[in-house]
Design a protein around this ligand. Structure first.
Ligand SMILES: Nc1ncnc2c1ncn2[C@@H]1O[C@H](COP(=O)(O)OP(=O)(O)O)[C@@H](O)[C@H]1O
Ligand SMILES: [Mg+2]
Length: 137
């Protein structure tokens, strides 16, 4: 059973919002005493996925949850937008593909930085990316 200890809902409508989400995630990971590598990993993933919501999804939200499975504490973040959606999820996850002439490593990189990575996208409806990072014992 996953218990949700705290929820922080944040909007993603500007570059400043992306920075705020990044900062909030870092603060929570530090407060929960995640190790240095885990803090860097979830902060970087939050930054990339938050920026995707803004740039590709035309804005949306990030919901940050402090969770526990009874043994471990984790941070789960859902990035949600009502943008164009992603037609070929396999292609964007393989890395190096971008419709914005950028690196195309945001999704593939983020996937490697977290413990659980779930992407749901419907063309014309939007995209939801949910990531979880567990604190190591
Ligand atoms: N939230 C989103 N909504 C729609 N398309 C997205 C979203 N996130 C990512 N994509 C698509 O996946 C591609 C790869 O994303 P990413 O790996 O972050 O690279 P980049 O942002 O550098 O293009 C993007 O170029 C875009 O086409
Ligand atoms: Mg990106």
């Amino acid at each position: 059973m996953l218990e949700v200890l705290a929820v922080h809902s944040m909007r993603l409508a500007s570059e400043d919002d992306v920075l705020s989400v990044r900062r909030r995630v870092r603060e929570i990971a530090e407060m929960r005493k995640f190790d240095t590598f885990a803090i860097a990993a979830i902060t970087t993933a939050a930054s990339e996925l938050g920026r995707n919501v803004l740039v590709h999804g035309h804005g949306g939200s990030a919901t940050i949850e402090e969770v526990s499975d009874g043994l471990r504490t984790g941070i789960r973040i859902a990035f949600v937008d009502s943008g164009p959606g992603i037609p070929d999820i396999q292609r964007v996850l393989s890395g190096g593909y971008s419709t914005a002439r950028s690196m195309g490593l945001g999704l593939s990189g983020s996937k490697r930085l977290v413990d659980v990575f779930v992407i749901e996208s419907v063309v014309g409806e939007g995209t939801r990316v949910t990531v979880t990072k567990w604190k190591r014992f």
